[in-house]
Design a protein around this ligand. Sequence first.
Ligand code: PBG
Length: 330
Amino acid sequence: MKLEKRDLVIRPRRLRRTDVLRRLVRETHLHTDDFIAPVFISAGENKKNSIPSMPGVYQWSIDRVNEEIDELLAAGIDKIILFGIPAEKDSTGSDSYSSNGIIQQSLKKLKQEYPDLFIITDVCFCEYTDHGHCGVIENKDVHNDSTLSLLGQQALSHVEAGADMVAPSGMMDGMVGEIRFALDSGGFDHIPIMSYAVKYGSAFYGPFRDAVESTPQFGDRKSYQMDPANIREALKEVELDILEGADIIMVKPALAYLDVISHVKDISNLPVACYNVSGEYSMLKAAAEKGWIDHDSAMMEMLLSMKRAGADIIITYFAKEAAQLIKIKK
Ligand code: PBG
């Protein structure tokens, strides 16, 4: 048979014809090991408080948080990041660096019960201060350098209580270097720092602030969190954190910042994490509740897009559900 020119047309659809073929040429795969699950721990007893703006996410008291950990482990998630809601908040957020603070108590208990669970702590002040800002206030703004030494103290006390990695999220200049110095001086030079290097001042944190009751009592966080319009500034933040000794670099939020994830991946050899934040979670939950979108496929598509953009690690409230789905498909 003689070939006509039109028969030589290139046909990308050939590789999309069947599921097995699509799997063969798939470029990005989600794995349970990609995920870190956030866990909220609140002072008090016998608590499993639902968070209205985050369906499926709870504030747990220390005595009941094992219910959540057991479910995560059963799904295959063995990495968590802890957030604390203390009994009392004050002007410097002292619960966050007290050896008897909510996070320190949780760490001691969890490490005893689950020695293999990898526990990361969020290192910041907004959940612990009565004004809701991420540090010490002077002249109606967070004072960078007086916050730094407290950040060092907080990180060290987390690690002394058993944290496997610390994740500073306050966007203070010099925070990674300060924490590295505090940990090394305390004999913890083997503990890595995952820096929220690029954290934008985002409306997508709204539901999280309900979860930890950390809405600023005055003003906003724009004098320390980044302007969503900027990407070159993000690269500057990444370079600085690398120089200060960060081990993992994070971009946050994720979904509206996939371009940032991709740029950060290009300029750095460190593992890149992203934080699929509360607002991104709640938007999908709300639309799915209304029957407007297919929850599971939209969830997997969102997570996949973060990985495709370059994220090696995804912190997500979907961790358990996504891991369960991955398991079923296997
Ligand atoms: C600060 C912190 C925040 C989040 C993680 N760490 C909130 C903020 O900056 O207001 C947001 C997480 C989310 O929205 O899911 N401790």
